[in-house]
Ligand binder design. Structure first.
Ligand code: FAD
Length: 428
């Protein structure tokens, strides 16, 4: 019997485990594959306030404080550095949107500098038409995803978390309408408190219990370079291209417009909820009708059988293939007009599956239909930075202690209680 069970050892589940264990609780953390093997090690490593949805600002401010504390007190270097984020543009409409966000950021207590064209050119000389301006948030940070989340898991284990990798949770155990534990591929674990932090698998997991979580996925491709001159010490973004300086001396590179959605049964199931997002972003969305992917998703989404192996153990680690055309283009844009980068090579390429909600804000919420269950998922491509705060909030909800951050905006019921869908127009 555990005080709390956590499903999923990504940044959300691992952070919650660390918070709960430090509060003296007996925590069982169950992971179908390996710690951080899906989104939480494949991301760019940005820990940013800049451009965040207004509903997430208190959570990112809190998360930065936790990152700072963990970086100082754990014996592994998480790579957490407050090296800032600079965004530069050549587009007046984009700059106006960023300036609107700057006002909101300052109101939330965040240090935001607005750069004019000359200051933007001084921050990173443009290799094409000159920048017209930008934003700089000096207190934004970066961390090393592949190191940080496993190190947090080790810290949780040292504090007393019982971690079980290669242990898929097949379903919840429910008695008298309450959660009483989980059934894993290796047997049952009982507890009256269960946190689902299953990343891109959460919607499918909940569906077998009659709970609807609108969630879709996009694939994103990332490149790592060999060590390079530190043209930027932190993170940098332009409309078409982003990079982060890494502790190993290289850069993590990505194309901003490169995310791909492979159409599957959920694309139709959640079409109505996602329509406003699609209508707003249709220019940047790449929708792929790939028969093999559709069939794979249909196979996944067949209801898990009540006996025997489920999709959660068949797909231990979802490992999509990177798009090598995007990698080549990212390397080209990185080097363009910068002779000092001529010898820098591609060191690695990978892809990850990002889970989205219809308003691009996570769900961190108790589930009223199943007392004892809390969900923390749907981080919509920016959950690494807010993971520590999201884990803390999930721990608060699980233990029903006064939450550190107001959870109202993250409630699951916003998708079904008639609340108007709000997509923050100033998000960068
Ligand atoms: C390419 C890319 C770039 C990104 N860049 C950034 C960035 O720079 N900054 C930022 O803040 N965010 C970024 N993100 C988003 C960020 O990585 C995610 O939001 C965050 O890692 C989500 O964490 P999670 O714990 O919710 O999910 P995950 O890391 O996906 O973890 C969920 C875990 O649950 C496990 N699981 C699922 N179902 C079961 C089950 N039934 N039984 C047992 N285990 C189960 C999975 O195996 C998985 O390990 C990026 C994501 C990608 C893919």
């Amino acid at each position: 019997m555990a005080d709390a069970i956590i499903i999923g050892a990504g940044v959300a589940g691992v952070s919650a485990a660390l918070h709960l264990t430090k509060r003296g609780l007996r925590v069982v953390l169950l992971e179908k594959g390996l710690v951080a093997a899906e989104q939480s090690s494949r991301n760019w490593g940005w820990v940013r306030q800049q451009g965040r949805d207004r509903r997430e600002l208190p959570l990112i401010v809190r998360s930065l404080a936790i990152w700072e504390q963990w970086q100082a007190e754990l014996d592994t270097d998480l790579g957490f550095r407050r090296t800032g984020l600079i965004s530069l543009t050549r587009e007046p409409a984009e700059l106006a949107r960023w300036q609107r966000w700057a006002k909101r950021g300052r109101a939330a207590g965040i240090d935001v500098l607005e750069l004019n064209g000359a200051q933007a050119e001084a921050a990173l000389p443009s290799s094409g038409a000159p920048w017209i301006g930008g934003l700089q948030t000096p207190t934004d940070a970066r961390a090393e995803p592949g190191i940080a989340v496993p190190a947090l898991a080790q810290a949780a284990c040292r504090a007393g978390t019982s971690l079980h990798q290669q242990t898929a949770v097949r379903r919840l155990l429910v008695e008298d309408g309450r959660v009483v534990g989980v059934e894993t591929e290796k047997g049952q674990v009982r507890s009256s408190r269960v946190l689902l932090a299953g990343g891109a698998w959460s919607s499918l997991f909940l569906r077998q219990h009659g709970i609807s979580l609108p969630q879709l996925n996009v694939r994103a491709t990332v490149a790592r370079t060999t060590p390079a001159p530190a043209i930027i010490p932190g993170t940098f973004c332009a409309s078409d291209f982003c990079l982060r300086y890494r502790e190993d001396g290289g850069f993590t590179l990505t194309l901003l417009e490169g995310e791909q959605h492979d159409i599957g049964p959920d694309s139709f199931r959640f079409f109505r909820q996602f329509f406003p997002l699609l209508a707003k972003n249709w220019r940047h969305m790449h929708l792929n009708a790939l028969p093999a992917s559709y069939v794979q998703q249909r196979r996944w989404q067949a209801m898990p059988p009540t006996q025997g192996e489920t999709v959660f153990e068949r797909e231990r680690i979802y490992n999509p293939q990177p798009d090598m055309r995007q990698i080549d283009e990212a390397m080209r844009r990185f080097k363009l007009g910068r002779p000092e980068l001529a010898d820098v090579q591609l060191a690695a390429a990978w892809a990850g599956r990002i889970d989205l909600t219809p308003d691009l804000v996570p769900v961190i919420s108790a589930v009223s239909a199943l007392p004892g269950l809390v969900v923390a998922t749907g981080f919509s491509g920016h959950g690494f930075g807010i993971g520590p705060g999201a884990g803390e909030l999930a721990a608060d909800l699980l233990m029903q202690t006064g939450p550190t951050v107001d959870p109202h905006e993250f409630r699951l019921s916003r998708f079904s209680d008639g609340s108007p869908m709000f997509i923050d127009p100033d998000v960068i």
